[in-house]
Design a protein around this ligand. Structure first.
Ligand SMILES: CC(C)(COP(=O)(O)OP(=O)(O)OC[C@H]1O[C@@H](n2cnc3c(N)ncnc32)[C@H](O)[C@@H]1OP(=O)(O)O)[C@@H](O)C(=O)NCCC(=O)NCCS
Length: 183
């Protein structure tokens, strides 16, 4: 499936198509896009033939990560990585993560980090593939997620912070989608 997937920064013109092909009842997309308009984060969406397949957010000003920030100065955070369940294991998550890495590099970041649930084996497998390493820093977090009907849920989990060194480990040219990511 990786052919034809494009992961790129969401534009205001993308929003109607995002909503129609991947509805979110709690206006999750709008909230993420509002952060982009405010300049605190970038919303990346993966597309194929006009269908939204997944999304991720790159936060330029991480919050509540004091310990992490002190260990990795200027760390940029990837959050809310989510791929529609009907298109998983086809490289979409990889494309989104690569796009996030590219954006972070363009902004001069040296570290890209994220919080992954200690029980989220799927996500941890993905990040391991992508070269993230464990920090041993574990934090409790409350977060919201969207189920397949577009309903938002609140949850509590323990996350470990994973980190990718963008200097020591340049992003290999793994996908067309990453090349297409644009600020
Ligand atoms: C985690 C998630 C984003 C992965 O997206 P994806 O598009 O399926 O990931 P990819 O297809 O790019 O997977 C790349 C590699 O990661 C690993 N991987 C991904 N999902 C996996 C799973 N369910 N089981 C084992 N390994 C997995 C595999 O090594 C895979 O390569 P392979 O398919 O060639 O074996 C997706 O499962 C998801 O949206 N989960 C729910 C939300 C979530 O947990 N987000 C992460 C928050 S930290």
């Amino acid at each position: 499936m990786s052919g034809g997937i494009q992961a790129r920064q969401c534009s205001v013109d993308d929003l109607p198509q995002l909503h129609s092909t991947w509805p979110s009842s709690a206006e999750v997309h709008d909230r993420h896009f509002a952060g982009q308009l405010a300049g605190t984060q970038t919303l990346i969406v993966a597309w194929q033939r006009g269908m939204a397949l997944g999304s991720a957010v790159v936060r330029w000003a991480s919050q509540d990560l004091t310990e992490v920030l002190s260990a990795y100065p200027g760390v940029v955070e990837m959050a809310h990585l989510q791929v529609r369940s009907d298109v998983r294991r086809r490289g979409v998550g990889t494309c989104l993560a690569e796009a996030a890495e590219r954006l972070a590099r363009r902004r001069g970041a040296h570290w890209l980090g994220l919080a992954a649930g200690v029980d989220n084996l799927e996500a941890r497998a993905l990040y391991e593939c992508l070269g993230y390493r464990r920090t041993g820093i574990v934090e409790r977090s409350e977060y919201c997620f969207m189920d397949e009907s577009g309903t938002e849920h609140q949850a509590v989990e323990w996350n470990e912070y994973l980190i990718r060194d963008l200097d020591a480990d340049p992003v290999p040219d793994r996908s067309r989608a990453a090349r297409d990511a644009d600020e």
